[in-house]
Design a protein around this ligand. Sequence first.
Ligand SMILES: [Zn+2]
Length: 363
Amino acid sequence: MVDKKSLSLLKEMLESFGPAGFEVETAAIVKKAVKVYADEVMTDKLGSVIFTHKGTSELPRVLLAGHIDEVGFVVSGIEDRTGFLTFNPLGGWWDQVLLSQRVVVRTEKGDIPGVIAAKPPHLLSPDEMKKVVEKKFMFIDIGATSKKEAEGMGVRIGDPVVPFSGFSVIRDGKLGMGKAFDDRIGAFIAMEVVRRLAEQKVKHPNTVYGAATVQEEVGSRGAATVAHMVDPDVAIVLEVDIAGDVPGVQPQEAPTKMGKGPSILTFDSSMIPNQALKQFVIDTAKKAKIPYQLSLVAMGGTDASRIHMSRAGCPSIVISAPTRHIHSHVGILSFDDVENAIKLTLELIRRFDKKTVSSFTAF
Ligand SMILES: [Zn+2]
């Protein structure tokens, strides 16, 4: 199980400041943690962290990727008269989850708390009340009263902004609640896998490359550079899945439920997984008696979008923890799913020898 020490590392990662393009703080936490047990720690020139564990054979190279950026914003302007900040999204946001949420603006003079606001409801007409406020009509209030004051606080155009949301453990330790599970939980799973390989001296017939990738939320940019650097023979992308056990969701839209096992992605709009690998993952889960769920996401993609098309192609699969309310201030996931994703990944690593991995591409 995820122990106390790992849980406090997870909390530190989740609460850290790291929207797409501004991941240095989160990357530093990852580097410090993996240095203890990884054989080698590297960074690419975009900022992703790569950490390895050597097995009994150099080949095949197995990539485990989870992205450490979170959805956030950048300051697009400061209103002259009021000192309110306008903002652009970094990653996909639904306008409806933004109003009244706390944020942190990182400036050259330090972090500033703010709240996303709009014209007060008391001043809206009955017709206006029924409408969704678009984010272009919202602003971040940092308590300034003029542009000069906001600038004096250190705010500049291009400053990054993230949700302010603490991590909590709920339901007698079974569930986690907080921001940025998408996808620091994936990076955390990759780190836990490499830690256990090292600490439990697991023999595996390959080299494992864990990767905490950057800039996924703006188009899996870090995955492209990591895939080039590692040149993997097979890849497991560790992610969050959209849990379908939320009122109003049809099973065919999001088939997986929180707490019922890690999900194996069969399709999304950016990748169709290598079918032999997909079957191998399913068979391995069955043999190891690890619960799993088959998933699909009609829209959206993951780091696998870039990795599976890198160089001449790389058999790739996405294993996820079904998570409720992603891309908002507060998501909820099950630690059982996280633990089972770790176990399934470890079982796969034990089995990924040269012959098995090359069989995935014997078309
Ligand atoms: Zn995301």
